[in-house]
Design a protein around this ligand. Structure first.
Ligand code: NDP
Length: 396
């Protein structure tokens, strides 16, 4: 029997919700490209309810305990006295979400002598030191595609929020004002703007497909070029590098994983080459942007706005400058954890565990590392894995 340590974000401050805004969520039967949605043998939760917080427990607790496993669920994850740190040494399986990541540094992996499986309930396993996991032969899996569309929708929303200058307009309405000129002095139409997509993977392509009907001019860069028919369908211009891409756009959206290549990429030098008044939406990883360079570019007017939902570290400290910098429309890391997305990644996590306990192979699209090397999705996305010294220092 296994000990499963699950790290989830805290319940709402008002308590676990007794009722929800809607009765149900739409049933999604497949992802783009014919990829199937998670298919566990059973689920133990009501889709549409809050699963990503401690009381929701990803809908796993009753099932796992009925199978004889020991389950510890906590949100207390930082520092030597945290529940996570204390429970880790004899845990067989660790599960956490990128929104509230259990940072599995090399040091923590060293202490976790029994650890065999790490599951990201969601997408993005850069909070686990994958090189250390490989050295120990630990399997790391994530629920690929489970919340890609959730993130793409959030991206489109934040592009519109920035370009239309929604935040200020809403504030004026909520505060009882009717100051039209104040409300529109920074408000533009998205129509006709040049939108550049950095990394056209699952999320990047979903953003392209959702933005195309707005009548924007789309361009992108990626390590590999998309098929010609796809480029033609969306009238996409390809650029060899992000340096080329950003010179000719009004809006940049960022969808690359955090690797040594992408860490700190959005820095003073790169931002200075963008047209004045460009917008950036980054729902990929906070550390892809140089924190202070973004603040400087907003203060100088080089950037007209910055939004996203990813920070470095997470949770961000209360005095993180991105909370208060001008013309930001930041959210906390919520794009991939809508109630709809939670139902899918909770089901996918259960599917991974069912396969694991049955001794069956995990779906290749869920695999990041296995048996000492990058496998499945991991072989494609994480072959150049960052070291995590920054996060480690920030989160010890
Ligand atoms: P994919 O793996 O489908 O796409 C990533 C793309 O990035 C691939 O096309 C890859 O290229 C490309 N890429 C990688 N490195 C570079 C580089 N140096 N330069 C240019 N392109 C590069 O991932 P997803 O679209 O599913 O997710 C993207 C990222 O979004 C995740 O890594 C994660 O960090 C983040 N994410 C955030 C969420 C949130 O809640 N905010 C939720 C889910 C994900 P190629 O494949 O051609 O090699």
């Amino acid at each position: 029997m296994a000990k499963i340590l699950i790290v989830l974000y805290p319940d709402p401050v008002t308590g676990y919700p007794p009722v929800y805004a809607r009765e149900t969520i739409p049933e999604i039967t497949e992802y783009p490209g014919g990829v199937t949605v998670p298919s566990p043998k059973a689920i133990d939760f009501v889709p549409g309810q809050l699963l990503g917080s401690v009381s929701g427990g990803l809908g796993l607790k009753n099932w796992l305990e009925s199978e004889g496993h020991t389950v510890v669920i906590t949100s207390d994850k930082e520092g030597a006295d945290s529940v996570f740190e204390k429970e880790l040494p004899d845990a067989d399986i660790v599960i956490s979400q990128p929104f509230w990541p259990a940072y599995l540094t090399a040091e923590r992996i060293e202490k976790a002598k029994n650890l065999q499986l790490v599951v990201t309930a969601g997408i993005g396993s850069d909070h686990t030191d994958l090189n250390a996991a490989n050295e120990r032969g630990i399997t790391v899996a994530e629920v690929t595609y489970s919340n890609s569309i959730s993130v793409a929708e959030h991206t489109v929303m934040q592009v519109l929020v920035l370009v239309r200058d929604f935040v200020k307009q809403h504030q004026i309405a909520a505060e009882g004002g009717w100051n039209i000129a104040d409300a529109v002095e920074r408000s533009y139409d998205l129509e006709g703007m040049r939108v550049g997509v950095f990394a056209a993977g699952r999320i990047g392509r979903a953003v392209i497909e959702r933005l195309a009907p707005f009548g924007v001019r789309l361009s992108y860069t990626d390590r590999f070029r998309l098929p010609q028919e796809y480029e033609e369908k969306y009238n996409l211009t390809f650029h060899e590098s992000i340096e080329d891409l950003v010179k000719e756009i009004d809006v940049l959206t960022v969808h690359a994983p955090l690797t040594e290549e992408t860490r700190g990429l959005l820095n003073d030098e790169l931002l200075a080459t963008m047209p004045r008044g460009a917008y950036i939406v980054n729902p990929a990883r906070g550390a892809i942007a140089d924190r202070d360079a973004i603040v400087r570019a907003l203060e100088s007017g080089q950037l007209a706005g910055y939004a996203g939902d990813v920070w470095d570290p997470q949770p961000a400290p209360a005095d993180h400058p991105w909370r208060t910098m001008p013309h930001n429309a930041m959210t906390t890391h919520t794009s991939g954890t809508s109630l709809s997305g939670q139902a899918r990644y909770a089901a996918g996590t259960r599917e991974v565990l069912e396969d694991w306990f049955a001794g069956s192979p995990l779906r290749p699209e869920y695999l990041i590392v296995e048996g000492g090397s990058y496998r499945g999705t991991g072989a494609h996305s994480y072959a150049q894995q960052p070291t995590h010294s920054d996060e480690q220092q920030n989160n010890q």
